[in-house]
Design a binder for this molecule. Structure first.
Ligand code: F6P
Length: 535
């Protein structure tokens, strides 16, 4: 499928990206996309007009428009689970009638949102209290999509926090919940058990521990526990009263769920109005995705840049580098969004994929990463496309000089990756420092930067709730478009099952309740080690 693009790539792969700018003074404008106040610049890549034409024709060949429209309409595009994919409806509660199985989903969706808002207002005003008085702390217990979205968004919107402190427990490692609970009061803490299925072992283990902690500390679980889930039976079996349950439907995938009840902790932190602004930002990106022509469609061009770098150029990873400390959990959030969605090796029809899928996504905020792994980005043997994100303006006017430095570093990195530094320039620098002869040659080679390393930059005015909504919806649709082009189902995650099943067989082995026959030698030796270790 990528044959033409691959031959185009071999034709142009030795060209300098800087030459592309020399030949086309308008390159930055031609190879960037605007949506409202957001600018996505992909000009510092080797994408040319011919490449872009080849890439956008993939959208036609693979039927991106039809699949996109089917998703928004509620078609069962998650074929392996026979489910609709409608997280987009969560950010459009006032939209027109939308039928799933003959029922309009907008009304219940609006009602749930209004219930969330009512609860958030009561908690934030102190009208709803715990046995010890107004709620001072919220602990969201969840994992994967029931954790990463809420954590990422809560941290991102720190300047808007005026509600109770929010904490997040995800890991089944008891250290996680222990270190959080020991800092807070069991009589003024609201516990949110966030789990689509309400059966996830990590979450249910942590929820049980939290309930015992509340009871032991003189609290009242009946007043202090909320559940966010699709399963009424499971929440009832856990003992959470109906009025404390915020339900959603199976057409909301876990990693796409921050827009609905799973986002309750975000709403408690920043308030219903800011949460609505977050939804509105997501909806604005949806409208853009639905209507803009491919070349001016931001999620599409972000996806095509990903396809170009991974499937065509063969770069196996991509680095996400937010120059925005408050987006420090964005890389982790995107790891689930992108890798759980598109880390597949089988096409929709069950055949083996004839090309790689799902690049490894990783990253850290700048400028910290510069002092850690950027060495490899600049001089390592692998080419790693970098995706920078940066705000033109911070939230701290008194620290504007920090922000200028932050932005300067971000722009400097993409420039350095592209430009590099040749051997002649390195030699001249060494000569100026007094080196000569063989030592000059040896030293100069260490100071060469190959350059021509592609990067993109997403720049936005300021990280507001609305802008955050735009950014998250942008990445969701990017994953969708990449998935359609690759012909995979981006909405299932069968690859997480085997490990879960085996963990269920290992827990009784660790407790010595069953015997390890049938386990491999390595697993048996590791079990022996643990069982032989006395605390
Ligand atoms: O890791 C698999 C997974 O199913 C994710 O897709 C999901 O976000 C996470 O587990 C948590 O699931 P739940 O919300 O049902 O507890």
């Amino acid at each position: 499928m990528f044959t033409d693009l691959k031959s185009l790539h071999s034709e142009i792969c030795s060209e300098d990206i800087t030459d592309l700018f020399d030949r086309d003074p308008d390159r930055a404008a031609t190879f960037s996309v605007r949506h409202e106040t957001l600018l996505f610049d992909y000009s510092k890549t080797r994408i040319t007009s011919r490449v872009r034409t080849g890439l956008t024709s993939l959208c036609e060949e693979r039927g991106v428009a039809a699949k996109r429209d089917a998703m928004f309409r509620g078609g069962r595009i998650n074929e392996t689970e026979k489910r609709a994919v409608l997280h987009t409806a969560l950010r459009d509660p006032e939209g027109p009638e939308l039928l799933v199985d003959g029922e309009d989903i907008r009304r219940p969706l609006r009602e749930t949102l209004e219930r969330m808002e009512d609860l958030a207002r009561r908690v934030r005003s102190g009208a709803m209290q715990g046995p010890g008085g107004a709620f001072t702390d919220v602990v969201n217990i969840g994992i994967g999509g029931s954790d990463l979205g809420p954590v990422m968004a809560t941290l991102a919107l720190a300047p808007y926090h005026d509600g109770p402190r929010c904490h997040f427990v995800s890991n089944v490692d008891g250290a996680h919940i222990h270190d959080i609970l020991q800092r807070i009061d069991p009589r003024t803490t609201l516990v949110i058990v966030a789990s689509k299925t309400f059966t996830t072992v990590e979450t249910m283990t942590n929820a049980g521990t939290a309930r015992r902690w509340v009871e032991a500390g003189g609290g009242d679980p009946a007043q202090q526990f909320l559940a966010l889930s699709t399963s009424e039976e499971e929440t009832e079996a856990f003992g959470i009263p109906q009025e404390h349950v915020f339900g959603f439907e199976d057409w909301v995938g876990g990693r796409y769920s921050v827009w609905g009840p799973i986002g309750l902790s975000v709403m408690l932190a920043v308030g219903p109005e800011n949460f609505r602004a977050f939804l509105a930002g997501g909806k604005a990106m949806d409208d853009h995705f639905l209507s803009a022509p491919w070349e001016r469609n931001m999620p599409v061009m972000l996806a095509l840049t990903g396809i170009w770098h991974n499937q065509v150029c063969g770069y196996p990873t991509r680095a996400v580098l937010p120059y925005d400390q408050r987006l420090r959990r964005l890389p982790a959030y995107l790891q689930q969004l992108e890798m759980e969605s598109n880390g597949k090796s089988v096409a929709m029809d069950g055949s083996a994929l004839p090309f790689p899928s799902g690049p490894v996504v990783w990253g850290e905020p700048g400028t910290n990463g510069q002092h850690a792994f950027y060495q490899l980005l600049h001089q390592g043997t692998s080419v790693i496309p970098a995706e920078f994100l940066v705000a033109a303006m911070g939230h701290e006017p008194e620290l504007a000089h920090h922000h200028k430095l932050l932005v300067a570093n971000c722009l400097a990195q993409s420039e350095a990756l592209m430009r590099g530094r040749g051997l002649d320039e390195a030699r001249a620098r060494m000569r100026a420092e007094g080196y000569e002869g063989a030592e000059l040659e040896r030293q100069a080679r260490h100071r060469v930067f190959p350059g021509n390393r592609p990067s993109t930059t997403l720049i936005y005015p300021q990280l507001t709730p609305y802008v955050l909504g735009q950014i998250i919806a942008l990445y969701e649709h990017r994953v969708f478009v990449e998935g359609v082009i690759l012909g995979i189902n981006s909405f299932d995650q069968w690859g997480v099952e085997l490990g879960k099943e085996l963990a269920n067989t290992l827990a009784p082995l660790l407790a010595g309740e069953t015997n390890p026959d049938g386990k491999d030698g390595s697993t048996r030796a590791l079990l022996d080690y643990v069982r032989g270790t006395k605390g």
